[in-house]
Design a binder for this molecule. Structure first.
Ligand SMILES: [Zn+2]
Length: 317
């Protein structure tokens, strides 16, 4: 039995949505980060355009795992261009040294970004996660290049047998540096408590401007990739925030489908998953193209980099 309180809430949400749809042509943000709460059913055509992020490299996958992994700055530039042609608006990048090991070298990031810029207008988002065990100063290097976006992980989490350390003082330092260089953070959420820490940064003035979250689901040690967990996360976001979902390994495709239908955005790519289907290796572009195709069938339009810049408030202070 549905209670009167729930009925009241459902009516309120439906009313908010009716108002929003009438305001939408003026560019009003949605009244909640989850357009489907309490069954406020609208066509996916009315949702904001889908931003596809291609996580091209990562820190853990190796050339031995897949020959499709881009490693050199030129290869990263080429992979970004192919992902952009396939429908990606954001390239989330890490870099590797000449031996293929993960690096946070400013020079290598500069070279990779130059190779991307030569080829396409995709938004570049650098990693500040780096690889487990790197120092905060080492991880922060690419931020001083002033890229449009950078990741900001707002908590410590187990990565299998390793620990990805992010004490609060370091998170605040990362946020401060991003604001200083005009870099839009993407909050990397590996577990539910990290949303509260991210919102604390906003409350205490460490981060200003548009809020964008990435839910990374299915890391061993982090939160599981389930629809139930995703809904719990979305419902904690403040009005006007945007979110992306990244499922790890075999969770990538189902979480992408949920991201499209729930009004969020989607991250795919070899950092999170190297397979197109069981036993068949993928390229970054193939993974992006599949998300674009599914979105098309569901009547959700895909954002260009320029449209994604608008949606994410890039360039705003
Ligand atoms: Zn990454």
């Amino acid at each position: 039995m549905i209670s009167e309180t729930v009925r009241g809430l459902a009516r309120k949400h439906l009313q908010l949505f009716r108002e929003w749809i009438s305001l939408k042509k003026e560019g009003a943000p949605p009244p909640t980060a989850n357009p489907w709460v309490f069954g406020a059913i609208i066509s996916m055509k009315t949702m904001e355009k889908l931003i596809i992020t291609a996580a091209l490299v990562g820190a853990e996958v190796t050339r031995e795992d897949t020959p499709h992994l881009p490693v050199t700055p030129e290869e990263i530039g080429e992979a970004a261009a192919q992902a952009w042609e396939a429908g990606a608006a954001i390239a989330h990048i890490h870099v590797r040294d000449e031996t293929g090991k993960p690096s946070q070298s400013r020079d290598l990031y500069e070279a990779a970004i130059r190779e991307i810029r030569k080829r396409c207008p995709i938004i570049v988002q650098v990693s500040t996660g780096g690889a487990v065990g790197m120092s905060p100063e080492e991880r922060l290097q690419p931020v001083s290049l002033g890229p449009e976006m950078a990741t900001l992980t707002t908590g410590t989490v187990n990565f299998g047998s390793e620990v990805f350390m992010n004490p609060l003082a370091e998170i605040q330092f990362f946020a401060e540096e991003m604001m200083r260089y005009g870099v839009r953070p993407e909050f990397e959420i590996f577990d539910t408590g990290m949303i509260g820490t991210a919102l604390g940064l906003v409350r205490d003035g460490w981060v200003t401007g548009h809020l964008h979250f990435d839910f990374v689901m299915g890391v061993p040690g982090g939160m599981p990739a389930t629809a139930r967990h995703l809904l719990l996360l979305i419902d904690q976001l403040p009005k006007g925030a945007t979110w992306t979902v990244a499922g790890i390994g075999r969770h990538q495709l189902p979480m992408a489908a949920l991201g499209i239908t729930l009004g969020g955005h989607v991250r795919v790519g070899l950092e999170d998953n190297i397979y197109y289907r069981k036993g068949e290796l993928a390229t970054n572009a193939q993974l992006v193209a599949r998300v674009k195709r599914i979105a098309g069938e569901l009547e959700r339009d895909v954002a260009t980099p320029e449209e994604a810049r608008q949606l994410l408030g890039l360039g705003e202070k």
